[in-house]
Design a protein around this ligand. Structure first.
Ligand code: PLP
Length: 286
């Protein structure tokens, strides 16, 4: 069945949706995005994603084409129109299609931003990765310096996933100045002596919405959390590790660069946090 997608005010079958070849998202990766997960037909952490979207837009001096309330309504419409019980809603806003290719930003009064949204139906809770854990390799982090802005410049993360695939593993953790920044599409954590360690916020990493929720829930459950950089050697010597993202929740990491963590199976902290996160998010879903 063809999906119904959203493009600039219209709900259309996916094969009829069109964006101009002059769109700056296409020509310059001049756009931002969000991915919000859906459980039981409801949105998880919508407010967090909307707040980060507004921040990303503000940092790039880009206008939002609709209000955040309208955005929520479109999310809900798409979930309903496509009967999504479990999956994701993808949203992308670009600086629009100017009349020609020009590095200089167009006047927003003459060039409205482009808003595209679509759903992806996918089982998120019963994932194989959550059961067995994932294996990662470390790679250099050569991305630009404003990773706190959720832009659509995803070529290097995509290359990182390919490096992982070629190495026969699931994902890659990126390393800069000797310390782990984050995963290609997730935030990275290690656990040592019961303490959860994850890189502090800054411009070097994306401020994960799942990260914020999971750290809050961990602290509320009396778990110890330390936000600081850690090296890949420290990670390999950790008791366990995990990643978080909107679409994968909390997923255990069982090996780094071929070194098994603990007994090589998902650790108890990651398993517990996944359970807590799914339970709490379900209760608060919109
Ligand atoms: N870090 C990067 C580089 C990401 O691409 C993502 C998600 O796409 C995350 C972290 C996790 O962010 P969130 O929890 O908001 O999905």
């Amino acid at each position: 069945m063809s999906r119904i997608v959203y493009v600039n005010g219209e709900y259309l079958p996916e094969d009829q949706a069109r964006v101009s070849i002059f769109d700056r998202g296409f020509l310059f990766a001049d756009g931002v995005y969000e991915v919000t997960s859906v459980l039981d037909g409801k949105l998880i952490d919508f407010q967090g994603h909307a707040a980060r979207l507004e921040r990303s837009l503000g940092e790039l001096d880009m206008a939002a084409p609709v209000t955040m309330d309208e955005l929520l309504a479109i999310h809900r419409d798409l979930v309903k129109l496509n009967n999504v019980e479990e999956g994701m809603v993808y949203l992308q806003i670009t600086r629009g299609a100017a009349a020609d290719r020009d590095f200089v930003f167009p006047d927003p009064a003459a060039t409205p931003s482009t808003l595209v949204m679509f759903t992806q139906s996918k089982g998120l809770i019963d994932s194989a990765a959550a059961k067995t854990g994932i294996k990662v390799i470390s790679i250099d982090d050569i991305r630009w310096g404003r990773r706190d802005i959720k832009t659509v410049q995803l070529l290097y993360p995509s290359m990182g996933k390919m490096m992982a695939k070629k190495a026969g593993v699931d994902d890659a953790w990126m390393v800069e100045d000797g310390v782990v920044t984050e995963g290609t599409s997730n935030n990275a954590y290690i656990v040592k002596g019961g303490k959860i360690i994850t890189r502090h916020l800054g411009t070097e990493i994306l401020h994960g919405i799942t990260r914020a929720a999971v750290l809050k829930m961990a602290r509320e459950s009396q778990m110890e959390v330390e936000e600081r950089p850690f090296t890949i050697e420290e990670a390999k010597a950790a008791d366990e590790a995990f990643v978080t993202s909107a679409s994968t929740f909390v997923t255990p990491v069982v090996a780094i660069d071929g070194v098994a963590l603990g007994d090589g199976t998902p650790g108890p902290v990651a398993r517990r946090l996944r359970e807590i996160y799914i339970d709490e998010s379900r209760k608060a879903a919109l």
